[in-house]
Ligand binder design. Structure first.
Ligand SMILES: Nc1c(C(=O)O)ncn1[C@@H]1O[C@H](COP(=O)(O)O)[C@@H](O)[C@H]1O
Length: 157
């Protein structure tokens, strides 16, 4: 398993499934788990502290509202952590974005955009990081990008 996708709640899956779909398309081995710093702190501790030893190379963490999950995960693993701010009902994800992006110096979380675009880009960014040491994956990523470019019509229909 190369990538671990974690999310604060089952309700985040609607957003985070887009990270999973991209990784699936690109043939990157991944797992998805519901893990919450607030509601299941022991599960988070166990997940983050064992992630590297289990062979994961990177973690994508999505959460909404007071989104402490990505930062707490980053504090307990040397693996790179990409954070996806899930769009919250009360504040449209601005709360999620700020609480994921505004980490204190020393504990980085690579923060993506709010919602679906962020989840897609977290998957793509994870793939491009892994592709640095995986030629076959680099080739699949190049093909994915070329297909995306190809799909953009020059004339609106
Ligand atoms: N931000 C966090 C954390 C965390 O950061 O550990 N755990 C749950 N949550 C968030 O609470 C929101 C509402 O959750 P519910 O839909 O379960 O009430 C979700 O977006 C989740 O990410």
């Amino acid at each position: 398993m190369d990538v671990g996708i974690i999310m604060g709640s089952q309700s985040d899956w609607e957003t985070m499934q887009h990270a999973s779909s991209i990784l699936e398309e690109l043939g990157v081995a991944h797992e998805a788990k519901v893990v919450s710093a607030h509601r299941t702190p022991q599960r988070l501790y166990d997940y983050a502290t064992s992630a590297k030893a289990r062979g994961l190379k990177l973690i994508i963490a999505g959460a909404g509202g007071a989104a402490h999950l990505p930062g707490m995960a980053a504090s307990m693993t040397p693996l790179p952590v990409l954070g996806v701010p899930v769009e919250s009902k009360a504040l449209s994800g601005l709360d999620s974005l700020l609480s994921i992006a505004q980490m204190p110096g020393g504990v980085p979380v690579g923060t993506l955009a709010i919602g679906k675009a962020g989840a897609i880009n977290a998957g793509l960014l994870a793939a491009s990081i892994l592709a640095l040491s995986d030629e076959a994956l680099a080739g699949r990523l190049d093909a994915w990008r070329a297909a995306q470019t190809e799909s953009v019509a020059e004339t609106p229909r």
